[in-house]
Design a protein around this ligand. Structure first.
Ligand SMILES: Cc1ncc(COP(=O)(O)O)c(C=O)c1O
Length: 438
């Protein structure tokens, strides 16, 4: 019998391009191998908020396990109402349920928005790992706004304008993230006002990823660009970060309150309807409690925010004292050390790219961190994204222990000194590395 013909599972060009080896692949494989071999790894590459699920939200999920029906593509009406009220309060805005869509994580809504809008993507550098790959999957042109390590990669208006002029498309969308992943920095009100004026004048849609909005640090208030550009901004939020519910997949999209934006909402509903139908039913019912404004849950959000701040600022302070160049984070649980100043010493170790830098730290100091390249930074920029969220909270029991210590009233220094052995061990490694660089 002749051989059956080989069935050609031929991939689309867009997907084929996206299958290129990821710079984080080596890191993940190495970390998993080291763990399998019983080795210690100080994992600062893993950006996941790991506090326990609040008991009232757990109870709400349990009470709704029987909810089995398909729900509306835009999300459960009662949940959209609760989310509209929640964000109206927290953003000091008036948001109606009609402006809100609930998706399986905000990532899906960002993708749907990119799919729906016929616009080139204008992307600050560095920026979160998924925005550009999503655009690539959609065949959407991406224009990166160049930035300089001298200014800690701040978004610069002149560079933005030059990028907008370079873009060929009739329409443009600008994707901003504040607080930012990978830098932990926030865009300040003055800058947002200027950016809003610019985008209004140019007719640019702003997609504002504010998934970390409820994790600001005390010295920096979070302000949404939608305050200054309500008619042109799509805001993204959700439960993944401030309530540590990433795996529950509850994302929120908020579109402006006018007719053109209502058409965008219709488009998002079409994408939702044709791809995910609706986020998981019981989770949506439970999420109503998460957005309810219940004083105990609001207090818990504040507590988690404070602990993220204490842990993140401690690492920033200690690394800065060791000689690392890092701009003080304003929120979330990230920071971006820049080692361009150590370029010569690193070159002597065979390190000339951020990918090599991440690999070197893992191989020689057991420190896992993501290279700047994962965030679309040029290879030669020797920067690393550190996440403070994982160390010493690797298990639920450890997270409970840190929460209990914090609730017992210990001061921040004692909390960090006595309850964060892995964080302190990782910092000692960083100190050794800086000493070795000279
Ligand atoms: C900047 C940023 N946006 C969006 C997301 C995705 O969040 P979600 O869980 O809502 O999809 C993340 C998660 O890591 C993120 O860091």
């Amino acid at each position: 019998m002749s051989q059956p013909a080989v069935v050609p599972f031929e991939l689309t060009p867009a997907i084929s391009r996206s299958l290129r080896p990821s710079p984080t692949l080596y890191l993940n494989e190495r970390v998993n191998q080291m763990w399998a071999d019983g080795e210690t790894v100080y994992h600062l590459g893993f950006g996941e908020s790991r506090f326990p699920v609040h008991p009232k939200i757990q109870a709400a999920l349990r009470a709704n396990v029987h909810q089995k029906s398909y729900l509306a593509g835009q999300g459960l009406a009662e949940l959209r109402g609760a989310a509209a009220d929640f964000y109206s309060r927290h953003m000091d805005a008036t948001i109606t349920p009609a402006q809100v869509i609930i998706g399986p994580g905000s990532k899906s809504i960002i993708y749907a928005t990119q799919m729906a809008l016929d616009a080139d993507l204008i992307l600050p550098t560095p920026s979160w790992v998924s925005y550009a790959p999503q655009a690539d999957l959609l065949g959407k042109p991406v224009y990166h706004v160049p930035s300089s390590s001298d200014d800690f990669y701040d978004l610069d208006m002149e560079a933005l304008d030059a990028t907008v002029r370079r873009s060929q498309g009739r329409n443009k969308m600008l994707l901003i993230t504040s607080p930012n992943n990978p830098t932990g920095l926030m865009l300040r009100p003055d800058f947002l006002r200027e950016l809003a004026d610019y985008c209004r004048a140019q007719g640019i849609v702003v997609v504002s990823d504010e998934i970390y909005a409820l994790v600001p640090h005390a010295h920096a208030e979070h302000v949404s660009i939608s305050r200054y550009y309500p008619e042109g901004t799509v805001v993204l939020g959700g439960l993944s970060k401030h309530l540590s519910l990433g795996g529950w997949r509850v994302g929120v999209g908020i579109v402006p309150a006018h007719e053109a934006a209502a058409r965008l909402m219709m488009a998002l509903r079409v994408v939702a309807g044709e791809i995910w139908s609706t986020p998981t039913g019981p989770v949506q019912y439970a999420a109503i409690t998460a957005f309810s404004g219940d004083p105990e849950i609001e207090a818990y959000i504040a507590e988690c925010r404070d602990l993220h701040e204490i842990r993140t600022q401690y690492i920033w302070r200690e690394l800065t004292a060791q000689g690392y160049r890092i701009k003080q984070p304003d929120g979330a649980f990230y920071m971006l050390p820049i080692l361009n100043g150590q370029r010569d010493a690193l070159a002597r170790l065979g390190v000339s790219t951020s990918t090599e830098l991440a690999a070197y730290l893992l191989d020689n100091y057991q420190i896992a961190a993501l290279p700047g390249t994962a965030f679309s930074a040029p290879e030669a920029e020797l920067c690393l994204r550190l996440a403070s969220s994982y160390l010493d909270m690797e298990t639920d029991a450890k997270a409970d222990e840190i929460l209990a210590a914090y609730r017992s009233g210990v001061d921040a220094d004692t909390l960090m000194r006595d309850h964060h052995p892995a964080t302190n061990a990782a910092l000692a490694r960083f100190g050794d590395f800086m000493a070795a660089l000279g």
